[in-house]
Design a protein around this ligand. Structure first.
Ligand SMILES: *Cc1c(COP(=O)(O)O)cnc(C)c1O
Length: 389
C-alpha cells in the first residue's frame, strides 16, 4: 500500500469534513514517523500538541499493555484505581485542595462539561474571545470565536458574547453580574499561537471575582507541560475556577478532563453529567505514565530551556517576522511567504509542521524532543525559507 492508494481509499470511504491528507502515516518512534511510501519525517506537530511523549513511548506502551490485559473498562457505576490516582495527581497540580475532576475523551467535551457546570451557577451568559477555539460540538462551537466554523451551524446556544482577545477593556464592557463564565485560552493555539498581554489573566481574574463569574481556562492545547508549566496559565499567578484539558493529557490516547476548583468543584450534582468512556482505566493509565515520566525526567525544565533557544534562533532567520508562544508551542510568523506553502515544503524536506493561519507556522513537537533534533529542525527550516524567498 502506498500513500496514493491509501488516499484514494480515504476519499472514497471517509466524509469530506477534513482537508485531504497529504500522506498516510503507518508507524512512529519518538518524534520520528514513517509514511506508507517508507519516507521518514521528524514530527514537529505531535498530532497537534497531543503526542506529548512522542510515538510508542515505552512508559506508555507498558502502562497501556498492562492495563488492557488486566481490566479495560468498568463504566461509571464502579470506581477504578487509575481514575482516582490520575484525579489526585491533577488536583495536586492545581495547588487547590478542594479541586475535583470530571473525565471525558476530548477537548470539546471538556468545554461542554464546563459550559454545563456554569449553568449550575444559575446564570446563563458567557463571554469568550474572538478567534478562540474551544471545539466543534454545538455547545463548544457556541464558545468558539471563529465565524467561519460557526456560521454554517447557526443557531448556536444563546447568550455567548465574543470580544477581542487580550483586550481587558472589551472584557470589562462585556462581563457583568449576569455572566456565568468567561472562557479563555492562556495562549490561543488554533488561531495562530497568539499570546495575550502579560497582565491579561490577572485582570480577568479580578474582573471575574468582582462579578462572581467563573473563570474557565481552556488549557486543552497549552496544558500537560506544553508551555513548560502544567497548565499554561501558571506564569500569571492566578487560580482559575475551572481548567479544561485534553490533547496531551492521555499521551496520545483519547482523554479529556474538566477540573473544577474551590466552590466550583461542588456545582455538579448526581445525574448532572456523564460519559461512558470518561476516565477509562486504559486512557487514565496512559496519562499517569505520561505525568510520571515528565516529573521523573524533569521535562518541564528542559522544555523551558529549549524554548529560549528555539525562539532566539528562529527569530534570526531572514523571512521570519516574529516567534510567539511558550515552551514547545510556538507560532512562527512569516514576513511574506504563505504558511501553507512552507508547511508543504517542510514536509517534502522531511519535517511535519502546520499552517495555523495564512502567515503562521505552528510547531508543537513531543516534549521529549532532543537538542540535536531541534538543531536539525532549525537548519531545515532555515533552508526551506531561504530556498522559497
Ligand atoms: C483542540 C482544542 C479543543 C478541542 O479539542 P477536541 O479534542 O478536538 O475536541 C478545544 N480547545 C482548545 C484550546 C484546543 O486547542
Amino acid at each position: 500500500m502506498t500513500n496514493k492508494k491509501y488516499l484514494n481509499r480515504w476519499n472514497a470511504s471517509l466524509q469530506g469534513n477534513y482537508g485531504k491528507p497529504a500522506i498516510t502515516l503507518v508507524k512512529g518512534k519518538g518524534i520520528v514517523v514513517t509514511d506508507a511510501d517508507g519516507k521518514i519525517y521528524m514530527d514537529f506537530l505531535g498530532g497537534i500538541a497531543t503526542n506529548i511523549l512522542g510515538h510508542a513511548h515505552p512508559a506508555i506502551v507498558k502502562a497501556v499493555t498492562k492495563q488492557v490485559s488486566t481490566l479495560s473498562h468498568v463504566s461509571n457505576f464502579y470506581a477504578h484505581p487509575n481514575a482516582i490516582e490520575l484525579a489526585e495527581k491533577l488536583t495536586a497540580m492545581t495547588g487547590d485542595k478542594k479541586a475535583k475532576v470530571f473525565f471525558c475523551q476530548s477537548g470539546a467535551e471538556a468545554n461542554e462539561a464546563a459550559l454545563k457546570l456554569s449553568r449550575r451557577t444559575g446564570r446563563v451568559r458567557i463571554v469568550a474571545a474572538q478567534g478562540a477555539f474551544h471545539g466543534r460540538t454545538m455547545g463548544a462551537l457556541s464558545l468558539t470565536g471563529q465565524p467561519s466554523k460557526r456560521e454554517p451551524f447557526l443557531p448556536l446556544i444563546k447568550g455567548v458574547k465574543h470580544v477581542p482577545f487580550g483586550d481587558i477593556d472589551a472584557m470589562r464592557k462585556a462581563v457583568s453580574k449576569k455572566t456565568a463564565m468567561v472562557i479563555i485560552e492562556p495562549i490561543m493555539g488554533e488561531a495562530g499561537v497568539i499570546v495575550p498581554p502579560a497582565d491579561y489573566l490577572q485582570q480577568l481574574r479580578q474582573l471575574c471575582d468582582k462579578n462572581g463569574s467563573l473563570l474557565v481556562i481552556d488549557a486543552v492545547q497549552t496544558g500537560m507541560g506544553r508551555t513548560g508549566d502544567w497548565f499554561g496559565y501558571e506564569y500569571s499567578g492566578i487560580t482559575p475556577d475551572v481548567i479544561t484539558l485534553a490533547k496531551g493529557l492521555g499521551g496520545g490516547l483519547p482523554l479529556g478532563a474538566m477540573i473544577a476548583l474551590g466552590k466550583a468543584a461542588e456545582l455538579f450534582q448526581p445525574g448532572d453529567h456523564g460519559s461512558t468512556f470518561g476516565g477509562n482505566p486504559v486512557t487514565t493509565a496512559a496519562a499517569i505514565a505520561t505525568i510520571d515520566f515528565i516529573e521523573s525526567q524533569q521535562i518541564l525544565n528542559k522544555v523551558k530551556k529549549q524554548a529560549v533557544n528555539l525562539i532566539q534562533e528562529l527569530a534570526l532567520i531572514p523571512g521570519v517576522k516574529e516567534v510567539r508562544g511558550a515552551g514547545l508551542l510556538l507560532g512562527i510568523e512569516l514576513v511574506s511567504l504563505k504558511a501553507s506553502d512552507v508547511s508543504d515544503s517542510m514536509r517534502e524536506a522531511g519535517v511535519l509542521v502546520n499552517a495555523a493561519n495564512a502567515t503562521t507556522i505552528r510547531i508543537a513537537p513531543a516534549l521529549i524532543v532532543s537538542d540535536t533534533q531541534i538543531a536539525k529542525f532549525i537548519s531545515i527550516f532555515k533552508k526551506v525559507i531561504s530556498d522559497a524567498e
